[in-house]
Design a protein around this ligand. Structure first.
Ligand SMILES: *Cc1c(COP(=O)(O)O)cnc(C)c1O
Length: 365
């Protein structure tokens, strides 16, 4: 079977060496040495002053919304073309999603359509760098400044991506990364909150540990979302190999494009100008091809190849949002067009040329 993704892992011996000292210290979680080391390494790698490490990306997002602490019923402008976690995170904090359509080239939130969705209840914008494509960070920043809104980027797909040489971690008020097993960089499960404001260091770190600041000192009503030492050790190992992993992904994507590029009805995402990509996903739009997206999905499956309709359905058509005022697919026609035609093909660093060719031949046949 060829799955849509396959987790990057260090050599077994490298990981064992990394966790060996935990058997001496017996310190398994609660911001131990591995946690601290990974935090410092990531702050360097992502070129961001502050990172709080979380047990997963979703709780990192929830941590951000907890820190912002907006009144219940406030509105957040976001995209429906994302994983449900983006929206669930702030809805679980009592906020209301207002779905903005996406840009037909980047598939990210269409910055030109944000302003007309702003009401007197709007408090924030939550864009997603989907597939590792960068949102229009300059325009979004300008809108946020003009209307005094916070910006929370979901950068779960955008680890190691840069815009005009600046790390994806550095835009908006907060940026969240997911280090889930399926992402370009993984800590098994894991996540991070990136921010520049020194005043937030204590809050972001305490919030993931019940709000506890010191032995007799609890500042917030926090949950529990700490990254443990085994996760951090995995991250330390995987970070050593990240450049090679991304380079291998690039070669995979190039071979797909060599095989399928130029075929009528098969459309790839355009490489964005000024963006250093991470080759996180390979979304393909089937429009005007001999077969539909669903036909291709089914035919691949018959051959034990698992592609993903990522993202279908849209978040604004999910059952759990059906009673929400703003959950209306007709309001986001570009997102709907993409959701009905997109298929993300198998992509991981060790996907062989032979397997890529096999996948492409099935599609072309
Ligand atoms: C993976 C992902 C998340 C959630 O991250 P976890 O680490 O799995 O909790 C959130 N948003 C997007 C866009 C994702 O792809």
């Amino acid at each position: 079977m060829i799955n849509v993704t396959r987790s990057s892992m260090p050599d077994f011996d490298e990981y064992i060496e990394e966790i060996r000292e935990l058997w001496n210290s017996h310190w398994l979680t609660n911001m131990g040495v591995k946690h601290k080391e990974l935090q410092i390494e990531l702050e360097k790698y992502l070129e961001i002053p502050h990172i709080a490490l979380y047990t997963n990306g979703h709780l990192a997002l929830e941590g951000i919304w907890e820190a912002l602490d907006f009144p219940k019923g406030s509105e957040v402008i976001t995209t429906p073309f994302t994983f449900c976690s983006t929206i669930h995170a702030f809805v679980r904090k009592g906020l209301i999603p207002v779905f903005c359509d996406v840009d037909p080239e980047s598939y990210c939130i269409d910055a030109n359509k944000i302003e007309k969705l702003i009401t007197n209840k709007t408090v924030a914008i939550c864009p997603v760098h989907v597939y590792g494509n960068m949102c229009d960070v300059e325009k979004i920043d300008a809108i946020a400044k003009k209307h005094n809104l916070k910006v929370v980027y979901d950068a779960a797909h955008a680890f190691a991506v840069k815009y005009k040489g600046v790390s994806s971690a550095c835009f908006g008020d907060f940026t969240m990364f997911s280090f889930h097993a399926t992402k370009v960089f993984n800590t098994i499960e894991g996540g991070a909150v990136c921010f520049k404001n020194d005043d937030l260091i204590v809050k972001m770190n305490d919030l993931k540990n019940f709000g506890i600041h010191g032995p007799e000192d609890t500042l917030y009503i926090g949950g529990n979302a700490k990254m443990n030492e085994f996760q951090a050790a995995m991250g330390i190992c995987n970070l050593r190999h990240i450049e090679r992993e991304i380079e291998k992904r690039r070669l995979v994507v190039e071979r797909y494009k060599k095989n399928l590029g130029g075929v009528n009805g098969i459309h790839f995402c355009k490489q964005q100008e000024n963006v250093t990509p991470n080759y996180a996903y390979l979304p393909v739009i089937f429009d005007g091809f001999k077969k539909t997206r669903d036909d291709i999905f089914f035919e691949l499956k018959q051959n034990d190849i698992i592609a993903r309709k990522y993202f279908y359905p849209l978040v604004n058509e999910l059952e759990c949002y059906s009673s929400f005022d703003y959950a209306n697919v007709e309001a986001t026609p570009v997102a709907k067009y993409l959701a009905d035609r997109v298929l993300t093909l198998p992509l991981y660093a060790d996907l062989s040329e032979e397997d890529i060719d096999k996948i492409c031949n099935i599609i072309l046949k």
